[in-house]
Design a protein around this ligand. Structure first.
Ligand code: NAI
Ligand SMILES: N[C@@H](CC=O)C(=O)O
Ligand code: NA
Length: 440
């Protein structure tokens, strides 16, 4: 008889009790995987995972889940206060009651898995401090880029390297909208409705289209990548609501596509961190240009590894549940061992770099009077602000002309001052669009 024969099988071990908070798009898929894959999960963890309770907002609603109705409760606070839970999954979203519930769960000895980027980017330090105090895990792989494993690689695989830049498409809803507008000519509202029906959008889709969701994710990426604390308030944010069909066509004309980007950079000279989200034109040859539908992709650049790219489904119930379950298995293994896993690392305390100091390029479309000297006057406005022009294209339109100017790299402060000056010029009838150019 081998030594192992005495060891209890996973299913003979005391089950780990799991509570689920919220049973919407993501929660439903979490329950499905937990129930359908129970035996394999038990084998991987080393003990069965038992659903001990599911907190919902409305009890009577028909749900597509196969669990004992006695497990359903509308009292999430009582559930997390029980004291016998090993693991709590928070997929309610928003700030409160999620924050209070997570803190109570940690205080009562449970490790927590959450997909809630909004909360972590607003008040992560409070939650991480509680996890450390009670020696429990607080994992959140699902919070950034859905199914794509990106946070664990940053926290663990790249812990010995120095990350200098993270750039990606981290919001599925907006990528879906921009992709549909570009490839099928769909209108903004129509594409947003489709994204909502497919379960990609936040409960309030303003969070997606105004960039709050991507800004929260950028804050989490920057914090992990640069071992510091970046909150959503530190992230420069512009959403996609101003992107027009004309911008998309204009991007095509210069061999580009409009993508909604999150960019996090370490400025070594000033030891500061810049994080920003905005729609930008990128060349069709850039790998991010071919990210379609609700897919996400994240580029990481580090000193020793060079460039790494992570790609996959960034939104949707099942892909997001995959990330939640991955965290659940890790946290469950740690619970069995009695020690928490790797926590947060924010030892550098780097300052936030102001947006004005960011080096970027602009694509500016102007409606101008079509007369002698206009081009020279416009060029002068750029030169006066130390912004060098890369290309100018002019198209006549009756008595008016349209000028499309693409600049070389300059500080964002210089570029926006140039645009302000252009707006004040009599010969400029309208600055019809301003968009940054990235990725080359
Ligand atoms: N849907 C997606 O593709 C992704 C979602 N996430 C995040 O996952 C979380 C959940 O998202 P979804 O499932 O899409 O949202 P959802 O709106 O479909 O689900 C949330 C559920 O929580 C319930 N709820 C609200 N207040 C409650 C309370 N006090 N007690 C119990 N239940 C309550 C709601 O009734 C709803 O069923 C959010 O933090 C979201 O940002 C993260 C990645 C992707
Ligand atoms: N609403 C989000 C969901 C995932 O984080 C998105 O569209 O990416
Ligand atoms: Na992820």
């Amino acid at each position: 008889m081998t030594e192992n024969a005495d060891k209890p099988l996973a299913e003979e071990k005391q089950p780990l009790k799991v509570a689920l908070l919220g049973c919407g798009v993501v929660g439903t898929e979490v329950v499905r995987i937990l129930t359908e894959r129970a035996d394999d999960l038990a084998a991987r963890v080393g003990a069965p995972l038992e659903i001990a309770g599911i907190a919902v907002r409305r009890a009577g609603r028909t749900r597509d889940i196969a669990v004992d109705p006695a497990l359903i409760t509308t009292d999430a606070q009582a559930l997390v206060s029980r004291g016998d839970l090993d693991l709590v999954i928070e997929v309610i979203g928003g700030i409160e009651p999620a924050r209070g519930l997570i803190l109570t769960a940690l205080e009562n000895g449970a490790s927590v898995i959450t997909a809630n980027k909004a909360l972590l980017a607003e008040d992560g330090p409070t939650l991480f401090a509680a996890a450390e105090k009670y020696e429990r895990d607080l994992y959140f792989e699902a919070a950034v880029a859905g199914a794509i494993p990106i946070l664990r690689p940053l926290r663990e695989s790249l812990a010995g390297d120095d990350v200098v830049r993270v750039m990606g498409i981290v919001n599925g809803t907006t990528n879906y909208i921009l992709d549909k507008m570009d490839s099928t000519g769909a209108g903004f509202d129509e594409a947003l409705e489709e994204a909502q029906a497919l379960g990609y959008a936040e409960a309030d889709p303003t969070a997606d289209i105004e960039g709050f969701d991507a800004a929260a994710k950028a804050a989490l990426l920057a914090s992990l990548a640069f071992h510091t604390r970046v909150s959503i308030a530190d992230v420069h944010r512009e959403g996609i609501t101003e992107v027009t069909a004309t911008d998309i066509a204009s991007a095509r004309e210069m061999g580009c596509v409009v993508k909604f980007l999150a960019i996090c950079e370490l400025d070594e000279a000033s030891d500061s961190v810049g994080a920003r989200v905005y729609p930008a034109m990128i060349p069709l040859s850039h790998p991010l240009a071919s990210v379609r539908d609700a897919y996400n992709a994240v580029f990481v650049e580090s000193k020793a590894a060079g460039q790494l790219m992570f790609y996959g489904r960034g939104a949707g119930g099942a892909p997001t549940a995959s990330a939640v379950l991955g965290d659940l298995v890790s946290a469950a293994r740690n619970r069995l061992k009695g020690v928490p896993g790797v926590g947060e690392s924010s030892y550098t305390q780097r300052a936030a770099r102001p947006m004005g100091a960011t080096m970027t390029r602009y694509h500016v479309s102007l409606d101008v009077a079509d007369k002698a000297g206009v081009l020279a006057a416009v060029a002068h406005a750029f030169a006066e602000h130390d912004v060098s022009i890369q290309t100018v294209r002019q198209e006549g339109r009756g008595g008016d002309a349209q000028l499309v100017v693409v600049t070389h790299t300059a500080t964002d402060a210089a570029l926006s001052a140039t645009v302000e000056a252009l707006r004040d010029m009599d010969i400029v009838r309208e600055v019809s669009s301003v968009m940054r150019v990235e990725g080359d």
